[in-house]
Design a protein around this ligand. Structure first.
Ligand SMILES: *Cc1c(COP(=O)(O)O)cnc(C)c1O
Length: 379
């Protein structure tokens, strides 16, 4: 799997934990030395891209293509990203990710990762997922002409399964949780498929990081004071943290200017919150995850240690909400704004209320809340 084409401004792919360097011209999964997630690095001193140039480009995440690992002819796109930043209250905005292809921000990561997989010679794609990642992969698989296999736990809402089938994916429903679904994929799934499990390949982070580039563009070069992120594996959190670093080096934002990140998790599955509160720098497996906030049902996030770094590095925080609070907040936000709020977006909105009361969010703080998907499939 070798390509002769230059890989844009990509300079290296290194391990987030041990910094071991890997061959960027190969389709990669995790670090071959320690098994931890890999990070894509760029030669940013060579990038001559300004916000003014970006503004003239098509409204998708590919307007930041110099900061992505994909060669231009290899882009597999359904016009994902560049979603609206909707004002909902004074100083508060919702980044509405329900507007993405297949209705969730999973489209960002899958667009970039499927592009890389195709460019680097993958013949087949696969993922085990609770829903949004499966539908997104099914769509980008069709877009790229690569067959897709998805494995979902049996309690995955029916609309997700129907949608995957509609896009032509092979779907397996498996008894148990995501753990059993993943085991099924490894034991019974296609042998040579490239697997797009969260943070077990370095490319989905690159797609998700464009959230932060868009925020800065949409706020005319400003950085919000607080970003509230419903966190499962934390791909978006890690991606945005990385993107603010890149934007500082590109000269797009002032030195040291960062939003305070807030990771919101479900009360019954909160490994990152628990580690944050204990002052630990790694997460422990959450014993019995039980939440209807499917996107947040991640008991053992492999990138938990990176999320914790991002939270501490930005003077951020982490907190839990109950499923009922999240559902209620989603309804409140939807009925007061008209936004198609998903339960995970509701969790983030519920957190805003609490953080105002605690004083973490002050009156003059600008706040961005991520509505990570459509709520339609849950109703
Ligand atoms: C996947 C998902 C999340 C969590 O995203 P991570 O990057 O895994 O933290 C949040 N909300 C929804 C709707 C999702 O599908």
């Amino acid at each position: 799997m070798v390509v002769s084409k230059p890989l844009c401004y990509l300079s290296a792919i290194r391990c987030f934990a041990c910094e071991t360097s890997h061959n960027p011209r190969q389709l990669l999964s995790v670090c071959t030395a320690c098994g931890m997630p890999l990070r894509v690095d760029y030669d940013l001193s060579r990038v001559r891209l300004t916000l003014a140039t970006v503004r003239r480009r098509t409204p998708s995440l590919w307007r930041y293509r110099e900061l992505l690992p994909v060669g231009e002819e290899a882009e597999q796109t359904l016009a994902e990203g560049f979603t609206p930043l909707l004002p909902v209250e004074s100083n508060v905005w919702v980044k509405d990710e329900a507007r993405n292809p297949t209705g969730s921000f999973k489209a960002r990561g899958m667009s970039v990762a499927v592009s890389m997989a195709k460019q680097l010679g993958a013949r087949e794609l696969a993922v085990a997922s609770e829903g949004n990642a499966a539908t997104a992969l099914a769509a980008y698989g069709s877009r790229s002409g690569l067959p897709v296999t998805v494995v979902v736990p049996e309690d995955t809402p029916a609309p997700f399964v129907a949608e995957c089938e509609f896009y032509g994916a092979t779907v397996h429903r498996v008894e148990g949780t995501l753990t059993e679904a993943t085991r099924f994929l490894h034991q019974r799934g296609p042998k040579n498929a490239f697997e797009l499990a969260p943070l077990r390949e370095p490319y989905r982070v690159e797609g998700k990081k464009t959230l932060a580039y868009e925020l800065v563009e949409q706020m005319d070069g400003e950085v919000p004071d607080v970003i509230v992120y419903p966190t499962g594996n934390g791909i978006g959190l890690i991606g945005m943290w990385k993107a603010f670093d890149e934007m500082e080096r590109l000269g797009w934002i002032a030195r040291g200017r960062r939003p305070r990140f807030v990771a919101v998790q479900a009360e019954k599955c909160a490994p990152i919150v628990k580690a944050f509160e204990r002052g630990s720098d790694s997460t422990e497996r959450w014993p019995k995850p039980r939440t209807k906030l499917y996107g947040l049902q991640v008991p053992a996030p492999i990138g938990g240690f990176i999320c914790l770094r991002a939270l501490r590095d930005t003077d951020g925080t982490a907190m839990t909400v109950t499923d009922a609070e999240a559902q209620r907040a989603a309804q409140t936000l939807a009925s007061s704004t008209g936004i198609d709020v998903c339960p995970e977006g509701g969790a983030a909105w519920a957190a805003v209320m609490t953080l105002r009361e605690s004083g973490f969010i002050g009156e003059d703080d600008s706040v961005v809340v991520l509505n990570t998907a459509t709520g339609q499939r849950y109703r």
